[in-house]
Design a protein around this ligand. Structure first.
Ligand code: 9ML
Length: 239
């Protein structure tokens, strides 16, 4: 994939998103907590781009019984998506760049009163050593970033094209630390940071968008993490 024309952008955006995900939500970042559910904390910043609500979102969650690799592979893999992405109406793999990089075209269910949306984005999965703690386990990241494709020009179908940058960054913790082949799922937790910026593409009332985000994002992350636990519970642990 390194010789693919998108590779420099994929590398840059993925590493930028990794850095962004690891920034805290305290301090002057302007993050406001807008949803809480158990260990899940969801923050947003109120931002507009040419009159459109593009509120950046950051969610932090801790999930027991799954590893960072398992969570990221489920988030990345097309075959699982219909099981957890409830707002999805259709999904096409527009291009397979490599085994860790795909281009998706997704049509999302229409959200009244706005018109239906679609998203065309590359999706890249990778593991990176934790530069802040070398003897910690690797971080896993999936980064999704809008892109263009000659076969799927925007607004060519009935949908308004959204522009998004999304990342999910995960890290596995084993507690109590023990001999690797004696670890059970009860000993592992996965720390998840999910970040998204979605530009709705065409006009949608700020009040509608904020209400939709407030309703959809907590539901989305809860459903995704429950799906991961369900998928992994009877399988050997993938570190
Ligand atoms: C009037 C609404 C305009 C925007 C509609 C829209 C489109 C795509 C998306 C979106 C697209 C991709 C991702 S992902 O994380 O990459 C996973 C792969 O599917 C995530 C969210 C979001 C929303 C906004 C509804 C909001 C919403 C929030 C969580 C789930 C569904 N809908």
């Amino acid at each position: 994939a390194v010789n693919h024309k998108l590779w420099p952008e994929i590398e840059k955006v993925t590493m930028q998103q990794l850095h962004y995900a690891r920034l805290g939500v305290g301090g002057a970042g302007g993050w406001q907590l807008f949803a809480e559910d158990g260990d899940m904390r969801m923050y947003r910043r109120e931002e507009e781009a040419d009159g459109l609500v593009v509120d950046p979102l950051k969610a932090c969650h801790v999930v027991k019984g799954v590893t960072a690799r398992e969570v990221c592979q489920i988030f990345f893999s097309p075959e699982y998506r219909s099981g957890w992405e409830t707002t999805l109406e259709d999904m096409t793999i527009a291009e397979t760049i490599s085994n860790d990089t795909l281009v998706f075209l997704q049509t999302h269910k229409r959200i009244w009163p706005a018109s239906q949306r679609d998203a065309l984005f590359w999706s890249h999965i990778r593991s990176v050593p934790d530069d802040q703690d070398p003897d910690a386990s690797d971080l896993w990241i999936v980064c999704n970033h809008s892109t263009e494709h000659p076969q799927y020009p925007p607004n060519s179908n009935k949908c308004v094209r959204v522009y998004l940058t999304v990342c999910i960054v995960c890290q596995t913790f084993v507690d109590p630390p023990k001999d690797p082949n004696k670890i059970s799922r009860d000993d592992i937790t996965c720390k998840i940071t999910y970040c998204s910026v979605v530009n709705p593409g065409g006009w949608a009332p700020a009040s509608v968008l904020r209400a939709v985000y407030k309703r959809e994002y907590p539901k989305f992350l809860k459903r995704f993490t429950s799906f991961c636990i369900e998928q992994c519970k009877d399988k050997p642990i993938l570190f």
